[in-house]
Ligand binder design. Structure first.
Ligand code: PEP
Length: 256
Protein backbone atom coordinates (compact mmCIF):
# COMPACT_ATOMS: atom_id res chain seq x y z
CA UNK A 1 0.00 0.00 0.00
CA UNK A 2 1.46 3.40 -0.95
CA UNK A 3 0.25 6.28 1.15
CA UNK A 4 0.78 9.91 0.09
CA UNK A 5 2.92 11.53 2.80
CA UNK A 6 1.38 14.39 4.74
CA UNK A 7 3.35 17.28 6.26
CA UNK A 8 1.48 19.66 8.57
CA UNK A 9 2.67 22.91 10.14
CA UNK A 10 1.30 23.51 13.64
CA UNK A 11 1.99 27.17 14.33
CA UNK A 12 0.49 27.05 17.83
CA UNK A 13 -0.02 30.57 19.28
CA UNK A 14 2.40 32.26 16.90
CA UNK A 15 2.29 34.80 14.05
CA UNK A 16 0.51 38.09 13.62
CA UNK A 17 -1.45 38.98 10.47
CA UNK A 18 1.61 40.58 8.85
CA UNK A 19 3.90 37.66 9.80
CA UNK A 20 1.33 35.28 8.31
CA UNK A 21 1.26 37.26 5.07
CA UNK A 22 5.08 37.16 4.90
CA UNK A 23 5.11 33.40 5.46
CA UNK A 24 2.45 32.75 2.82
CA UNK A 25 4.20 34.93 0.27
CA UNK A 26 7.56 33.18 0.77
CA UNK A 27 6.07 29.68 0.97
CA UNK A 28 4.07 30.23 -2.22
CA UNK A 29 7.34 30.64 -4.15
CA UNK A 30 7.71 26.87 -3.83
CA UNK A 31 5.78 24.47 -6.00
CA UNK A 32 4.99 21.17 -4.33
CA UNK A 33 3.51 18.45 -6.53
CA UNK A 34 0.32 17.36 -4.73
CA UNK A 35 0.93 13.81 -5.99
CA UNK A 36 4.13 13.68 -3.88
CA UNK A 37 2.77 15.07 -0.62
CA UNK A 38 -0.22 16.64 1.12
CA UNK A 39 0.77 19.86 2.87
CA UNK A 40 -1.33 21.60 5.52
CA UNK A 41 -0.67 24.91 7.27
CA UNK A 42 -2.38 25.21 10.66
CA UNK A 43 -2.37 28.81 11.93
CA UNK A 44 -4.23 30.31 14.89
CA UNK A 45 -8.00 30.83 14.30
CA UNK A 46 -7.57 34.55 13.57
CA UNK A 47 -5.34 33.85 10.56
CA UNK A 48 -7.14 30.90 8.95
CA UNK A 49 -9.12 32.88 6.43
CA UNK A 50 -6.22 34.98 5.17
CA UNK A 51 -3.91 31.95 5.09
CA UNK A 52 -6.47 30.18 2.89
CA UNK A 53 -6.68 33.11 0.52
CA UNK A 54 -2.90 33.61 0.26
CA UNK A 55 -1.71 30.03 -0.26
CA UNK A 56 -1.88 27.94 -3.42
CA UNK A 57 -5.16 25.96 -3.55
CA UNK A 58 -3.22 22.67 -3.41
CA UNK A 59 -2.01 23.51 0.11
CA UNK A 60 -4.51 22.66 2.85
CA UNK A 61 -5.31 24.88 5.82
CA UNK A 62 -6.25 23.55 9.24
CA UNK A 63 -7.39 24.55 12.72
CA UNK A 64 -5.54 23.66 15.93
CA UNK A 65 -8.70 22.58 17.79
CA UNK A 66 -12.48 23.12 17.64
CA UNK A 67 -15.33 23.24 20.08
CA UNK A 68 -17.25 20.10 20.90
CA UNK A 69 -20.40 22.27 20.78
CA UNK A 70 -22.17 22.85 17.48
CA UNK A 71 -23.19 26.50 18.02
CA UNK A 72 -24.77 28.82 20.56
CA UNK A 73 -23.97 30.58 23.82
CA UNK A 74 -20.42 29.33 24.38
CA UNK A 75 -18.32 32.47 24.69
CA UNK A 76 -14.84 32.03 23.28
CA UNK A 77 -15.54 28.78 21.45
CA UNK A 78 -15.12 28.24 17.70
CA UNK A 79 -17.20 25.59 15.97
CA UNK A 80 -16.26 23.11 13.29
CA UNK A 81 -18.73 24.71 10.87
CA UNK A 82 -16.96 28.05 11.41
CA UNK A 83 -13.50 26.70 10.65
CA UNK A 84 -14.87 24.84 7.62
CA UNK A 85 -16.46 28.03 6.31
CA UNK A 86 -13.15 29.86 6.85
CA UNK A 87 -11.48 27.36 4.52
CA UNK A 88 -10.16 24.58 6.76
CA UNK A 89 -9.82 21.06 5.47
CA UNK A 90 -8.09 19.67 8.59
CA UNK A 91 -8.38 20.02 12.38
CA UNK A 92 -5.88 18.90 15.01
CA UNK A 93 -7.57 17.03 17.84
CA UNK A 94 -5.89 15.92 21.05
CA UNK A 95 -2.55 17.74 20.79
CA UNK A 96 -0.65 17.02 24.01
CA UNK A 97 -0.73 20.72 24.90
CA UNK A 98 -4.55 20.62 24.75
CA UNK A 99 -4.60 17.41 26.79
CA UNK A 100 -2.24 18.62 29.50
CA UNK A 101 -2.64 22.43 29.66
CA UNK A 102 -6.37 22.61 28.94
CA UNK A 103 -7.41 19.33 30.59
CA UNK A 104 -8.97 17.89 27.45
CA UNK A 105 -10.12 14.42 28.41
CA UNK A 106 -10.57 11.34 26.24
CA UNK A 107 -14.35 11.75 26.21
CA UNK A 108 -14.14 15.41 25.21
CA UNK A 109 -11.69 14.51 22.44
CA UNK A 110 -14.06 11.83 21.18
CA UNK A 111 -16.83 14.42 20.93
CA UNK A 112 -14.53 16.82 19.05
CA UNK A 113 -13.40 14.06 16.71
CA UNK A 114 -17.04 13.22 16.06
CA UNK A 115 -17.74 16.85 15.07
CA UNK A 116 -14.80 16.93 12.67
CA UNK A 117 -15.73 13.66 10.96
CA UNK A 118 -19.42 14.63 10.72
CA UNK A 119 -18.42 17.92 9.07
CA UNK A 120 -16.50 15.94 6.41
CA UNK A 121 -13.15 17.43 7.48
CA UNK A 122 -9.98 15.48 8.20
CA UNK A 123 -8.90 15.07 11.80
CA UNK A 124 -5.22 14.98 12.75
CA UNK A 125 -5.59 13.00 15.96
CA UNK A 126 -2.54 13.22 18.25
CA UNK A 127 -1.39 10.46 20.56
CA UNK A 128 1.81 9.98 22.51
CA UNK A 129 3.36 9.06 25.81
CA UNK A 130 5.15 11.21 28.40
CA UNK A 131 8.74 10.56 29.41
CA UNK A 132 7.50 9.01 32.68
CA UNK A 133 5.24 6.66 30.69
CA UNK A 134 8.14 5.58 28.48
CA UNK A 135 10.49 5.08 31.42
CA UNK A 136 7.87 2.92 33.13
CA UNK A 137 7.41 0.83 29.99
CA UNK A 138 3.90 2.16 29.54
CA UNK A 139 4.22 3.52 25.99
CA UNK A 140 2.09 0.83 24.36
CA UNK A 141 -0.61 0.83 27.00
CA UNK A 142 -0.92 4.64 26.83
CA UNK A 143 -1.20 4.55 23.02
CA UNK A 144 -3.69 1.70 23.22
CA UNK A 145 -5.82 3.62 25.66
CA UNK A 146 -5.74 6.88 23.67
CA UNK A 147 -6.63 5.09 20.42
CA UNK A 148 -9.31 2.84 21.85
CA UNK A 149 -11.12 5.53 23.81
CA UNK A 150 -11.41 7.97 20.91
CA UNK A 151 -11.58 5.78 17.80
CA UNK A 152 -13.81 2.93 18.94
CA UNK A 153 -16.96 5.05 19.32
CA UNK A 154 -16.39 6.33 15.76
CA UNK A 155 -15.51 3.01 14.18
CA UNK A 156 -18.57 2.82 11.90
CA UNK A 157 -17.94 6.26 10.39
CA UNK A 158 -14.15 5.83 10.13
CA UNK A 159 -14.27 2.44 8.42
CA UNK A 160 -16.18 4.14 5.60
CA UNK A 161 -13.98 7.23 5.53
CA UNK A 162 -10.43 6.33 6.58
CA UNK A 163 -9.10 9.34 4.66
CA UNK A 164 -10.78 11.58 7.19
CA UNK A 165 -8.33 10.44 9.85
CA UNK A 166 -4.61 11.12 10.15
CA UNK A 167 -2.89 10.02 13.34
CA UNK A 168 0.06 11.99 14.69
CA UNK A 169 2.39 10.05 16.97
CA UNK A 170 3.95 12.72 19.16
CA UNK A 171 5.99 11.49 22.11
CA UNK A 172 5.40 14.32 24.59
CA UNK A 173 9.06 14.29 25.65
CA UNK A 174 10.10 15.11 22.05
CA UNK A 175 7.81 18.10 21.49
CA UNK A 176 9.72 21.37 21.42
CA UNK A 177 12.63 19.84 23.33
CA UNK A 178 15.07 19.13 20.50
CA UNK A 179 14.94 15.44 21.50
CA UNK A 180 13.82 13.29 18.60
CA UNK A 181 12.72 9.69 19.07
CA UNK A 182 15.27 7.32 17.57
CA UNK A 183 14.30 5.81 14.25
CA UNK A 184 13.66 2.47 15.94
CA UNK A 185 11.53 4.02 18.71
CA UNK A 186 9.47 5.97 16.17
CA UNK A 187 8.94 3.04 13.78
CA UNK A 188 8.05 0.70 16.67
CA UNK A 189 5.40 3.13 17.94
CA UNK A 190 3.99 3.72 14.44
CA UNK A 191 3.83 -0.03 13.81
CA UNK A 192 2.04 -0.53 17.12
CA UNK A 193 -0.43 2.28 16.29
CA UNK A 194 -1.19 0.76 12.87
CA UNK A 195 -1.70 -2.66 14.42
CA UNK A 196 -4.06 -1.16 17.02
CA UNK A 197 -5.97 0.75 14.35
CA UNK A 198 -6.31 -2.52 12.41
CA UNK A 199 -7.87 -4.10 15.49
CA UNK A 200 -10.32 -1.24 15.86
CA UNK A 201 -11.12 -0.37 12.23
CA UNK A 202 -9.90 -3.36 10.24
CA UNK A 203 -6.77 -3.84 8.18
CA UNK A 204 -8.00 -2.03 5.07
CA UNK A 205 -8.58 1.20 7.00
CA UNK A 206 -5.30 0.75 8.90
CA UNK A 207 -3.40 0.44 5.61
CA UNK A 208 -4.99 3.65 4.32
CA UNK A 209 -4.63 5.86 7.41
CA UNK A 210 -1.52 8.03 7.46
CA UNK A 211 0.52 8.16 10.67
CA UNK A 212 2.71 11.24 11.07
CA UNK A 213 5.63 11.59 13.44
CA UNK A 214 5.84 14.76 15.52
CA UNK A 215 8.51 15.95 17.94
CA UNK A 216 11.44 18.22 17.05
CA UNK A 217 11.31 17.40 13.34
CA UNK A 218 13.87 19.44 11.40
CA UNK A 219 15.13 19.53 7.80
CA UNK A 220 18.09 17.34 8.79
CA UNK A 221 16.23 14.51 10.55
CA UNK A 222 13.11 14.04 8.42
CA UNK A 223 14.67 11.97 5.61
CA UNK A 224 15.76 9.23 7.97
CA UNK A 225 12.36 9.11 9.68
CA UNK A 226 10.65 8.83 6.30
CA UNK A 227 12.63 5.70 5.38
CA UNK A 228 10.49 3.78 7.88
CA UNK A 229 7.55 1.79 6.51
CA UNK A 230 4.93 3.10 8.96
CA UNK A 231 5.97 6.77 9.04
CA UNK A 232 3.87 8.74 6.56
CA UNK A 233 4.87 12.33 7.20
CA UNK A 234 5.31 14.80 10.02
CA UNK A 235 3.44 17.22 12.25
CA UNK A 236 5.91 20.05 12.73
CA UNK A 237 5.83 22.77 15.39
CA UNK A 238 8.86 25.05 15.82
CA UNK A 239 10.51 24.31 12.48
CA UNK A 240 7.31 25.09 10.58
CA UNK A 241 7.32 28.76 11.53
CA UNK A 242 9.98 29.54 8.95
CA UNK A 243 8.80 28.99 5.36
CA UNK A 244 12.19 27.83 4.13
CA UNK A 245 12.72 25.37 6.96
CA UNK A 246 9.21 23.91 6.53
CA UNK A 247 9.73 23.64 2.78
CA UNK A 248 13.09 21.89 3.35
CA UNK A 249 11.35 19.39 5.64
CA UNK A 250 8.79 18.61 2.92
CA UNK A 251 11.46 18.41 0.20
CA UNK A 252 13.77 16.20 2.25
CA UNK A 253 10.85 14.08 3.43
CA UNK A 254 9.52 13.21 0.02
CA UNK A 255 11.12 9.92 -0.90
CA UNK A 256 11.33 9.69 -4.65
C1 PEP B 1 4.02 19.90 17.86
O1 PEP B 1 3.75 20.78 18.64
O2 PEP B 1 3.12 19.25 17.31
C2 PEP B 1 5.44 19.63 17.61
C3 PEP B 1 5.75 18.48 17.08
O3 PEP B 1 6.32 20.61 17.98
P1 PEP B 1 7.91 20.64 17.66
O4 PEP B 1 8.08 20.28 16.21
O5 PEP B 1 8.33 22.05 17.95
O6 PEP B 1 8.54 19.63 18.55
Amino acid sequence: MTRTPIFAANWKMNKSISETAEFCQAFSEHIIDPRSADVVIIPPFTNISMTRSLLRPTIGVGAQTVSHYLSGAYTGEVSVEMVASAGCSHVIIGHSERRSLFNETASLLTEKLQRVIAAQLTAIFCVGETLADRESNLTESVLLDQLHSSLKPLATQLVDAPNQLVIAYEPVWAIGTGKVATIDQAQAAHYFIRKTVANILGSEAADTIRIQYGGSVKPDNIAQLMTQPDIDGALVGGASLDPESFYEIIKNGIIT
